[in-house]
Design a protein around this ligand. Structure first.
Ligand SMILES: Cc1ncc(CN)c(N)n1
Length: 222
């Protein structure tokens, strides 16, 4: 009893570190990531964000209070107005058309992760869904903070991926992640051990699937 969000992270410390400090992330920070890998990631992430928009819509459906509905709306809004826009800008800069994006096949890593989260939400309650979504929202905010603290990270024009780092470091994204942490802290505080343990497995598996998503970008796997 008395659990917090950080207890979910501590319960899968190795998986969380493998996700946050993945080679894809460190290469992106150094600016040495191959453009092919980033392009592959971006295209699949476009498909990922469409499925995650559905997950936030599902979070709205599973909400009980106005506050929960507003959080689901904020999650959906950040994806559609901020993240998606950055993707479309990068894609346009690198010659990937909207038509190409709309006709892409989903890679197995994209299918596995997005459908895992949607299934967790469909069969579970709002807390299940938001725990499954946490590696996405809170994880990317932590990755941006972590990258920004590393000596090897190149900021500014020297790094072609700087706009990506800047977006996840932005006040808007960091605030949204902070709110999610506060909400999860509050929900987890009241949980009995067995319930927490079940959620810890859900969180661990979503974290492993996030790690696989980076690996898919590095390996250019479909
Ligand atoms: C795979 C993945 N995970 C998380 C995020 C951040 N919403 C993202 N854009 N893509």
């Amino acid at each position: 009893m008395g659990y917090r969000f950080n207890d979910l992270v501590d319960a899968c410390h190795d998986e969380w570190t493998a996700y946050i400090e993945h080679d894809f992330v460190t290469q992106l920070g150094r600016g040495s990531l191959s453009q092919d890998s980033f392009r592959h990631y971006l295209k699949q992430d476009y498909l990922f964000l469409i499925q995650f928009s559905r997950a936030y819509a599902l979070a709205a459906y599973k909400s009980h209070s106005l506050d929960e509905l507003r959080s689901a709306f904020e999650g959906l809004k950040i994806i559609l107005d901020t993240e998606m826009q950055l993707h479309l800008d990068y894609c346009a800069e690198w010659g990937i058309t909207q038509h190409q994006l709309e006709n892409l096949p989903e890679a197995r890593a994209t299918l596995a992760y997005t459908r895992y989260v949607l299934d967790a939400g469909a069969r579970g309650d709002l807390l299940d869904l938001r725990v499954a979504l946490a590696p996405c929202m809170i994880g990317y905010a932590d990755i941006a903070l972590w990258l920004n603290e590393q000596d090897f990270t190149q900021r500014g024009n020297a790094n072609p991926f700087d706009a990506w780092i800047a977006m996840y470091l932005s006040e808007e994204f960091q605030q949204a992640a902070h709110h999610e942490r506060v909400w999860l802290d509050e929900q987890l505080r009241q949980l009995p051990d067995a319930h927490f343990q079940r959620l810890a497995l859900l969180f661990r598996d979503a974290t492993r699937l996030e790690r696989d998503f980076w690996q898919m970008g590095l390996d250019l796997s479909d």
